[in-house]
Design a protein. Structure first.
Length: 160
C-alpha cells in the first residue's frame, strides 16, 4: 500500500498515529476516591483495652471423702464419692445390731454451708438428712428423719 517512493510522509503518519493512540489510551478518566472511603482510611477506630470484669467464682468445698462419727449413738460412716458444684452422692453405713448400708444423694448450698441428703433405696429405715457443714468442710452435724415413722436422730460426722 504505502511505499517510500509513492508517499514521502507515510512514516510520519504512522508515528503520529501511534503517538495519538498512546496519548488517548493513557488519558482515560480516573475516578477520584469517594469521600467516605477516604474518611474511613484516615479515621482509625479507637480500641477499648479495658478488660471485661471477670466474675469470680467462689471455690466450692470438696465434699468427697470419708466422714466418721455417730448417728443415734451408733458408729456411722458416710462416704461421698461423686460431687458437682451443688450435688453429691455416696453411701452411708450405720452400725445398728444389723448394719444398715444405704446409697445417698444430696444437695449442697455453698453459700449457706447446708446440705440435705436422701437415702436412695426404699425400705422401712430410709430417710432424709438435714445438716450444717463447718466452714472448713471437715464436720457435718444435723438430723436424720425416717420417712415411715417420722422419728429423728442427731448425727455428727468428721472428715478423715
Amino acid at each position: 500500500m504505502f511505499t517510500k517512493k509513492n508517499n514521502p510522509y507515510s512514516g510520519l503518519v504512522l508515528i503520529l498515529t501511534v503517538l495519538t493512540f498512546s496519548f488517548f489510551a493513557g488519558c482515560g478518566k480516573q475516578e477520584a476516591p469517594k469521600q467516605e472511603e477516604q474518611a474511613a482510611e484516615t479515621v482509625k477506630t479507637a480500641v477499648d483495652t479495658t478488660p471485661e470484669p471477670v466474675e469470680e467464682k467462689k471455690a466450692v468445698l470438696d465434699l468427697k471423702g470419708t466422714y466418721t462419727g455417730t448417728l443415734d449413738s451408733r458408729a456411722t460412716t458416710l462416704k461421698i464419692t461423686d460431687q458437682t458444684d451443688s450435688t453429691f452422692s455416696g453411701s452411708i453405713t450405720i452400725n445398728y445390731r444389723e448394719i444398715r448400708k444405704q446409697t445417698v444423694s444430696g444437695k449442697f448450698s455453698p453459700e449457706k454451708l447446708t446440705l440435705s441428703m436422701n437415702d436412695t433405696q426404699h425400705n422401712r429405715y430410709a430417710g432424709t438428712y438435714s445438716a450444717k457443714l463447718s466452714a472448713d468442710g471437715k464436720k457435718i452435724s444435723g438430723t436424720f428423719t425416717e420417712k415411715v415413722d417420722k422419728s429423728s436422730s442427731k448425727f455428727t460426722l468428721t472428715k478423715k
